[in-house]
Design a protein around this ligand. Structure first.
Ligand code: BEZ
Ligand code: FE
Length: 304
């Protein structure tokens, strides 16, 4: 092959093909490669810097940590902001705000109707009940909506990712009752921190950033004909509430906490003493098409 300038190389890389391929993939790859060529040239990236980055990417993927980096570099929230903007433009900005799914969802959690305990044995934090209703944007209760709930344990770890936890610990699926109601018992989780001594923490240390998330609980709420809602609520009072490394906290999603709630009526959740409660209703938009109502997480959508 002839000698090439940088520009000639970029042109060949981005135009060479023997079949049409996928035009969208060609368009996106072309842009990303062009931007990276430009970065390497303008910031004078050395071969050692380039191959260190490739080595880091390899280790990141081998450790299953790509989803930590997408969140920490703002991509997960960016996608939410773009969907919010599209909703506002289409006049359908309504209902409970969306919030990032994060990389720690696990499908197949045990399912219950109306109420469930997420924890087992003695509470490993402040005993807590969260309850409320699922409604559509017209205020109609949604019976038999299915809600996945998941949160971290007392050390900030998620089952299936954190050693020593039981399968599906602090993960459950709840089907709302005829009035659209749900409730669950658990304990108030602390925040989450990225794993130390990992490819993710290496990057955050190099960036001079922390890798903490404030205390939160995740939800995926689905019902026929309604737009699948992925969101999370925050527990007030956490020092990272306005400094989430994943940029995911939102004003409309910080729950109110009631202390010393009388136990009457909560016996079926094994509660016999005053406890901490939060009431939170989920309001789902109407789905405009079948895709919006799919009961799937972000990765299930693209791998189904
Ligand atoms: C979380 O929800 O816990 C989470 C979100 C993004 C990255 C890491 C963790
Ligand atoms: Fe989380």
């Amino acid at each position: 092959m002839a000698e090439l300038t940088q520009k000639q190389l970029l042109d060949i890389v981005n135009t060479t093909h023997t079949a049409p391929g996928n035009p969208r993939v060609r368009e996106l790859t072309g842009r990303i490669v062009a931007d990276l060529f430009k970065t390497i040239d303008e910031l004078d990236v050395s071969p050692d810097e380039f191959w260190s980055a490739v080595n880091w990417l390899n280790r990141l993927a081998q450790g299953g940590q790509t989803g930590l980096i997408t969140a920490g570099l703002g991509f997960d929230r960016l996608l939410d902001i773009r969907m919010d903007e599209a909703d506002a433009k289409a006049g359908r900005a309504a209902g409970t705000p969306r919030a990032i799914e994060g990389p720690l969802f696990v499908a197949g959690a045990p399912s219950s109707k109306f109420e469930v305990r997420l924890d087992e044995g003695e509470p490993k934090g402040e005993l807590f009940v969260m309850e409320g209703q699922v409604r559509d944007v017209d205020g109609k209760p949604v019976a038999h909506a299915v809600m996945d709930v998941w949160h971290a344990n007392e050390k900030g770890g998620y089952s299936h990712f954190f050693p020593g936890m039981q399968p599906y610990e602090l993960r459950r699926q709840i089907e709302t009752d005829a009035q659209g109601r749900y409730r669950f018992r658990s304990y108030l989780p602390p925040g989450y921190a990225i794993p130390p001594n990992s490819p993710t923490s290496e990057l955050f240390e190099a960036l001079g950033r922390h890798g903490n998330r404030p205390a939160h609980i995740h939800f995926l709420v689905v019902a026929p004909g309604l737009r699948t809602l992925t969101t999370q609520v925050n527990i007030p009072g956490d020092s990272f509430i306005d400094d989430d490394f994943a940029f995911a906290t939102r004003d409309g999603l910080i729950v109110e906490i009631e202390k010393n709630v009388a136990p009457a009526g909560y016996e079926s959740l094994g509660i016999s003493a005053p406890f901490t409660r939060s009431r939170f209703d989920f309001v789902l938009q109407k789905a405009l098409n079948a895709s919006e109502a799919l009961p799937l997480t972000r990765m299930e959508r693209v791998t189904a």
